[in-house]
Design a protein around this ligand. Structure first.
Ligand code: ADP
Length: 366
């Protein structure tokens, strides 16, 4: 690589920065910002790029590498200032132009190796900036979603509890007719399920954020299965899928009810989602100190190459959001928290089977 290029950049370092500043400060997003905010750590970034080019020139080529930190910090600062990804990209294009314009003024022509080193350095910084920008944006979104969910649960909890108390009071009053009793029971169940739905999602969020607030209680599995059944029933009916259950009465677990509900609900949700006709079956068996929960469907099945990684896919945080499934990666995490294991079997075109085994007594796995 031509060593005159990094030497010229070093000499003209301040002009590169000034030129870059002139270009980017014209953009609408930057117009009302002070110089200091716009410049941010770009001078440091320029120094790193020049240094990397100088090193590459010394080494007569070879791999060029610039540290990620400054570019990452830059990406995050742009997120703070409300820049979009396009605007972040424009900043890097302007940086490219500012470097090239210095060479132009000095009448230095770029040979291929030097041009590719320069573009490579700026591309690396750009990539690191964008990756970090996206990561920070997702983290913040998730935090906002958690806050939203927590508020939602809080706001829902009290009116729903009032409904439950009122139901109880009506029951205790004049002995209600059979019809009224039935309706009261429906109201009570529907209300409990609503609570289960929103609190379950919140419990999952908390568990994933490392904020484990387990409430280990005696859980009756047939009740959990019944609740999940009621939650997914309409969706199954709409698709013409039969929901079957083989859950012997009286199987009890000491575990976290909400998290267990989330696991079952997600597996059944998926089974319905990926099945176009036939049935979804939930089966529970107790063997020794363990309880096995099987969710089986007659759906499209899972390709053999997908099966070994099925619990590792989609680890991204956006899977935990209000009103959406939490994803198999999260299901596996919860099952592990509860001291259990999960595995999947499938015959493509015929169906899938997910088997969860849980200890009868909750035992946290680190
Ligand atoms: P999502 O369903 O939102 O894509 P999941 O983590 O729940 O994410 O599932 C990951 C993938 O596993 C799905 O995209 C799907 O390809 C496959 N999968 C999960 N459950 C089933 C099932 N019961 N039948 C067929 N494929 C399934």
């Amino acid at each position: 690589m031509d060593p005159t290029v990094p030497a010229e950049f070093l000499r003209q370092r301040d002009s590169i920065i000034d030129d870059w500043f002139r270009r980017v400060s014209e953009r609408p997003v930057a117009r009302s910002l002070p110089r200091k905010s716009i410049l941010n750590n770009v001078p440091g970034l320029v120094d790193q790029i020049i240094e990397a080019l100088a090193k590459t020139a010394d080494l007569q080529g070879g791999a060029l590498s610039i540290p990620r930190e400054i570019a990452e910090e830059h990406g995050e600062s742009r997120l703070d200032l409300g820049y979009g990804l396009m605007e972040l990209g424009e900043e890097y294009n302007s940086l490219r132009d500012a470097f090239l314009s210095v060479l132009d003024s000095a009448g230095i022509a770029l040979n291929n190796a030097t041009a590719s080193a320069l573009h490579g350095a700026i591309d690396q910084a750009h990539r690191a900036g964008v990756e970090h920008y996206i990561q920070c944006r997702e983290e913040r979104l998730r935090e906002r979603q958690s806050d939203f969910l927590a508020r939602l649960v809080h706001d829902f909890r009290s009116p729903l509890s009032t409904v439950l108390t009122s139901v109880e009071l009506i029951r205790r009053g004049d002995s209600p007719s059979e019809g009224l009793s039935r309706n009261l029971e429906r109201i009570e169940r529907a209300t409990r399920r609503l609570l289960l739905l929103i609190e379950g999602q919140l419990a999952t969020e908390a568990a994933l954020a490392g904020n484990l607030q387990f409430q280990v209680v005696e859980v009756n599995l047939s009740e959990v299965a019944e609740d999940v059944h009621a939650i997914v029933q309409t969706r199954a009916e709409e698709k013409g899928i039969v929901l079957k259950e083989d859950v012997p009465a009286g199987i009890q677990l000491r575990t976290d009810r909400l998290l267990l509900g989330q696991v079952l609900q997600n597996l059944v949700d998926n089974a319905i989602k990926y099945t176009s006709q036939g049935a979804v079956m939930v089966q529970v068996r107790e063997v020794g100190g363990e309880v096995f929960i099987t969710v089986e469907d007659t759906g499209r099945g899972i390709a053999p190459e997908l099966l070994p990684v099925i619990f590792d896919m989609y680890k991204r945080s956006e899977h935990v959001s209000p009103g959406r499934g939490v994803g198999l990666a999260v299901v596996k995490t919860i099952v592990s928290f509860l001291g259990g294991t999960i595995h999947a079997e499938s015959e493509p075109g015929k169906g899938s089977r997910f088997i969860v085994s849980l200890p009868r007594e909750y035992s946290a796995r680190s």
